[in-house]
Design a protein around this ligand. Structure first.
Ligand code: ADP
Ligand code: ZN
Length: 209
């Protein structure tokens, strides 16, 4: 089963992706995480990606598509995969169609005014990538899941978030209609808790097994 997670930054794609990966044994492929890994290792791709990511812009389609193509053709994806943060533009979706078949697109819908607050208060585990919100951490600095250090992503600041949300509306939101037309879209309300969202998602995934 090949799954795409769609939604604005802060909609909870990463959180759901972690749960789905565990629950359905699918590799979790996050283009954002792949870029952050390259940035950490200061590879040529990392240096390039950083110049876009720090401004809240998208990394060019060509580079992004190449990374995904290489990744989804690895051995661990032969029974399916879950893409988190790709495709993010119509040209990326067109490129993916040429690489692989898509079975389901899960679109997580969240009220726009909630996203800014979620992103600016987000803390992420540097080891297992689990997300938290400061309002629920009570000063805790370690991951409840694995004990890893929590940190704030450099692009989770109000100015960069504003530009990421603007880019989402122009470049990524059109994918909702794109996949709806192809009969692949499954909408889920993301304003509730991660557990409630996952309950909806897994109900749908169970019908597809
Ligand atoms: P979020 O969904 O919270 O914005 P991600 O970790 O998915 O976070 O992405 C972080 C950044 O990485 C994006 O703002 C963008 O610059 C870059 N990026 C991730 N995925 C893509 C993609 N498919 N195409 C272009 N840029 C991407
Ligand atoms: Zn962790």
């Amino acid at each position: 089963m090949n799954i795409i997670l769609l939604g604005a930054p802060g909609a909870g794609k990463g959180t759901q992706a972690t749960k789905i990966a565990e629950g359905y044994q699918l590799p979790h492929i996050s283009t954002g995480d792949i870029f952050r890994e390259h940035m950490k290792n200061q590879t040529p791709i990392g240096v390039l990606a950083k110049s876009y990511i720090d401004k809240g812009q998208l990394v060019p389609d060509e580079v992004t598509c190449e990374i995904v193509e290489e990744r989804i053709h690895r051995e661990d994806c032969k029974n399916g995969y879950m893409l988190d943060g790709f495709p993010r533009t119509i040209p990326q979706a067109e490129a993916l169609n040429k690489m692989s078949k898509v079975d389901l697109v899960i679109n997580i819908e969240v009220d726009f005014n909630l996203l800014m607050e979620r992103l600016c208060g987000r803390r992420v585990c540097k080891d297992c990538r689990e997300s938290y919100h400061i309002s629920r951490l009570n000063g805790e600095t370690k991951c409840a899941r694995c004990g890893g250090e929590l940190y704030q992503r450099k692009d989770d600041n109000p100015e960069t978030v504003k530009s990421r949300l603007a880019v989402y509306q122009v470049e990524t939101a059109p994918l909702i209609e794109y996949y709806e037309k192809r009969g692949l879209l499954f909408n889920v309300v993301g304003n509730t808790t991660p557990e409630d969202v996952y309950a909806e998602v897994s109900k749908k995934l169970d019908t597809m097994k």
